[in-house]
Design a protein around this ligand. Structure first.
Ligand code: HAM
Length: 424
C-alpha cells in the first residue's frame, strides 16, 4: 500500500469543516482590517530564503527542502511566506503609488524538522504582513487583531509574549555583550552554537538543544541595550496594547528563529501543545525590503500555525458541520428506474446551479436502500421520482424532519423546490 511521506498528512473530509471555519473567520476579520489576499508560489529561488531568513538559522542550515531543478538552478519549497511576500511587493513595485500595503496569505510551508505533535514537515500558516508603516500603533493593532482572531475562535489557553530586538544602531552593543557572556560557556554548547557565537550569537538564545538551554542561565537582556528610538517605540507598543485591553507579557528571551527581525517581536503561546507552544509568531522587519533590493520601507507581520490552531481548538468539526457552515444536502434525489434516473440527473444539475445543495443516487437500487442513504447523508429533503410520479408528471418532495410530503410538478420543478425549501 502506498503511504504518505513522514511528517506530511492528509486533511480529511471529516476535519475540513474546522479548517474552513478558521480560514473563513480569519479572512473576514483581516479584510475588515483592510487586508487583501496575495498568493505567492510555493517554490522560490533558494537565495531568497538564505538572504532573508539568514544563513545561520536552523531553518536555512538544516530544514529547507532544497534541490536543483532540471537546469541545475537551486530552488526551495518555501519554509515561510514573509520572504515571498516581500519579494512580490518589490518585484511588482507595490510601493509605487502608496507604500502602505496590508497583505495576507494562507497556505502550506515546508520544513524538514523532526515530526512530533504540532510539528510537521508540511504545515499551514495564516500570514499577515503590513508594509510602509513606521508607527508603533500598527504593531499594537496587528497584535490586537491576532488576539481577537483567537478569541473569535474560542481559543482560551493563550498568552501574548512581546519583546524588542532593537535596530542596527543598538543591536551591535547587545551582540557584543552576548558574545562576551557566551564565550566562557563555549564548551557546553552544541556544535552549531559553537560556530554561531561569533557570527550570530542571537541564534544561540534560540537553540532548542537541551545542553544549550542549560548553559544559558541568565544571559544579557536586549531591552537593556535598546537605543532611545527603539525604547520609545517599544514603550508605545505596550501603552497602546494596554489601551486596547490586550494583556501581554514582556519576554526578554523571545528572540524568534529568523534573522530579519528588528524592534517589536511577539508570539502567542499555549500550554495545550506540549513542546510546540507557539501558535503564532511575528514581528517587525524594517530592513528586509531594502535588503532584498527594494526601497527602504518598514514592515511588520505574523504567521499563525494553522495546524496547531486546529489541534488546540475546542470547536469540533462535526459541530461546525451541523451548525450549517458545512451544509448537508438540501435535496437528495431518489430516482427509481433508468428513465427516472436520466431525468433526475438533469434536474440535479439545474438544482445545483440554482443554489440548492443537491445530491443524487445513480445506483438504481431500491427505494428502501436509497432512503437509508438519505438518512446517512442527513439530507433535509428527499425528492422521489418513480413510475407513478412519471405518469402524473409530478415528483414527491419529502421533508425528512416533519415527514410532510408535497407534490412537485415537473414543469416548474426548480422553482417549486426552491419555494418549499425557503418556506422551511
Ligand atoms: P515562525 O515562528 O517560524 O515564523 O512560524 C510561525 C508559526 O508557524 C509558529 O508559531 C508555529 O505555530 C507554526 N509552525 C512553524 N513551524 C511549524 C511546523 N514544523 N509544524 C507546524 N507548525 C509550525 C514565521 O514563519 C514568520 N514568517 C512569521 C512572520 C510573518 N514574521 C513576520 N511576518
Amino acid at each position: 500500500m502506498m503511504q504518505l511521506i513522514r511528517g506530511f498528512k492528509d486533511i480529511l473530509p471529516d476535519e475540513i469543516h474546522l479548517w474552513q471555519h478558521i480560514e473563513l473567520t480569519a479572512r473576514k476579520l483581516f479584510e475588515n482590517f483592510g487586508f487583501t489576499e496575495i498568493r505567492p508560489p510555493l517554490l522560490e529561488k533558494t537565495d531568497l530564503f538564505k538572504r532573508s531568513i539568514g544563513e545561520d538559522t536552523d531553518i536555512v542550515e538544516k530544514e529547507m527542502y532544497t534541490f536543483a531543478d532540471r537546469k541545475g538552478d537551486s530552488v526551495t519549497l518555501r519554509p515561510e511566506a514573509t520572504a515571498s511576500v516581500v519579494r512580490s511587493y518589490i518585484q511588482h513595485k507595490m510601493y509605487a503609488q502608496d507604500p502602505v500595503r496590508k497583505l495576507y496569505t494562507i497556505g502550506p510551508m515546508f520544513r524538514r524538522e523532526r515530526p512530533q505533535k504540532g510539528r510537521y514537515r508540511q504545515f499551514y500558516q495564516i500570514n499577515a504582513e503590513v508594509f510602509g508603516i513606521e508607527s508603533p500603533l500598527i504593531d499594537a493593532q496587528l497584535i490586537f487583531m491576532l488576539v481577537k482572531l483567537f478569541e473569535n475562535l474560542s481559543v482560551s489557553d493563550m498568552a501574548t509574549h512581546i519583546n524588542s530586538l532593537g535596530c542596527p544602531e543598538c543591536r551591535p552593543g547587545f551582540k557584543k555583550a552576548l558574545t562576551e557572556y557566551l564565550l566562557p560557556k563555549k564548551e557546553s554548547l552544541c556544535e552549531n552554537c559553537k560556530n554561531r557565537i561569533d557570527r550570530n550569537p542571537l541564534r544561540v538564545l534560540d537553540c532548542k538543544v537541551p545542553s544549550c538551554r542549560e548553559a544559558l542561565e541568565a544571559p544579557p537582556e536586549i531591552t537593556s541595550y535598546l537605543c532611545r528610538e527603539c525604547s520609545l517605540h517599544f514603550d508605545k507598543v505596550q501603552t497602546v496594547l494596554s489601551d486596547h485591553g490586550v494583556s501581554y507579557k514582556v519576554d526578554k528571551q523571545l528572540v524568534r528563529g529568523l534573522d530579519y527581525y528588528t524592534r517589536t517581536t511577539f508570539e502567542i503561546q499555549t500550554t495545550s501543545l506540549g513542546a510546540q507552544s507557539a501558535i503564532a509568531g511575528g514581528g517587525r522587519y524594517d530592513g528586509l525590503v531594502e535588503a532584498l533590493g527594494g526601497p527602504p520601507q518598514p514592515a511588520i507581520g505574523f504567521a499563525i500555525g494553522f495546524d496547531r490552531l486546529v489541534e488546540i481548538s475546542t470547536l469540533k468539526s462535526e459541530d461546525i458541520a451541523t451548525k450549517g457552515i458545512a451544509k448537508r444536502p438540501d435535496v437528495f434525489l431518489v430516482p427509481l428506474g433508468d428513465e427516472c434516473t436520466a431525468m433526475a440527473g438533469k434536474w440535479a444539475g439545474e438544482l445545483s446551479l440554482a443554489g440548492i445543495r443537491t445530491e443524487i443516487d445513480f445506483s438504481g437500487r431500491s427505494l428502501k436502500s436509497l432512503m437509508k442513504r438519505a438518512d446517512r447523508l442527513n439530507a433535509r429533503h428527499v425528492l422521489i421520482v418513480g413510475e407513478n410520479e412519471l405518469n402524473q408528471e409530478a415528483a414527491v418532495l419529502r421533508n425528512m424532519k416533519t415527514r410532510e410530503q408535497t407534490e412537485i410538478p415537473f414543469d416548474s420543478l426548480v422553482e417549486s423546490i426552491k419555494k418549499q425549501i425557503q418556506h422551511q
